[in-house]
Design a protein around this ligand. Structure first.
Ligand code: SAM
Length: 243
């Protein structure tokens, strides 16, 4: 049946995403730097700056992986605050926890294995929620956005950092070429896993564009939704507030 088909497709996507991140976890940070020429650090810096996070805040870094944002948040929220790094994938979570612990980031960070679609946190419990390069991997994005909105405190902010639609046709062509040729090639050379990087390129292509994602955030109940294009729209940072 139609529904039978959908169930299989959903399970296949979840299994594929799990396989990809178990496979790339150990080399994830290196690949991020290589693939983005280090620019992901700037995109993340801007995300922190635009989050308005303050000392003492409670922050959820969802799909937080190896913890780049968590580390920055942990410094800002300080000992009175708390950062929860949540990810569905145990391999990514382990790499993140080991890395941050080795670097001395302890005391105000918790690690939780969780699916963005059904977050195991109380209503109205976070000042800031971020999901960086994670939403495109989530099967039911609307459910995930509703779940994030539920967990935000009134006045709390959701920030979605994600690949998006390049605004300039030349950039769009160059980017297509890059993601379907250079990406799988680097994946093959560095991780011996071209397939995972092909999946990543495809998932980027399938992800909703800037305006569509903005509407999805509004439908999830957030207000004052807006986005900020970076690197000619290769990446966009969406922001919304819980009323
Ligand atoms: N946020 C990190 C960063 O920016 O470097 C990691 C991003 S990584 C590309 C995507 C992460 O999303 C992976 O760690 C993956 O396990 C996680 N993920 C995928 N589906 C998820 C879901 N349904 N719920 C929570 N995390 C998920």
């Amino acid at each position: 049946t139609h529904f039978g088909y959908q169930t299989v497709a959903v399970e296949e996507k979840q299994a594929k995403v799990a396989e990809v991140f178990h496979s790339v976890a150990a080399k994830y940070d290196l690949m991020n730097d290589l693939m983005s020429f280090g620019v992901h650090r700037l995109w993340k810096r801007i995300t922190i700056d635009m989050s308005g996070v303050r000392p003492g805040n409670r922050v959820l870094d969802l799909a937080g992986g190896t913890g780049d944002l968590t580390r920055k948040f942990s410094k800002i929220v300080g000992p009175q605050g708390k950062v929860i790094l949540a990810d569905i994938n145990s391999s990514m979570l382990n790499v993140g926890r080991d890395r941050l612990t080795d670097q001395g980031y302890v005391g105000n960070i918790e690690y939780v294995q969780a699916n963005a679609e059904c977050l195991p946190f109380e209503d109205n419990s976070f000042d800031v929620i971020t999901i960086a390069f994670g939403l495109r991997n989530v099967t039911d994005k609307d459910a995930a956005l509703r779940s994030m909105a539920r967990c935000l405190k009134p006045g709390g902010r959701l920030l979605v950092l994600e690949f998006s639609k390049p605004t300039n046709p030349l950039m769009s062509k160059a980017y297509d070429l890059y993601s379907f040729t250079a990406l799988p090639f680097m994946g093959k050379v560095v991780t011996n896993d071209a397939e995972s990087y092909k999946y990543l390129a495809e998932s980027i292509r399938m992800h909703p564009d800037q305006e569509t994602l903005k509407c999805m955030m509004e439908e999830a109940g957030l207000v004052r939704c807006s986005y900020h294009n970076m690197t000619s729209g290769v990446v966009a940072l969406h922001r919304g507030i819980k009323p």
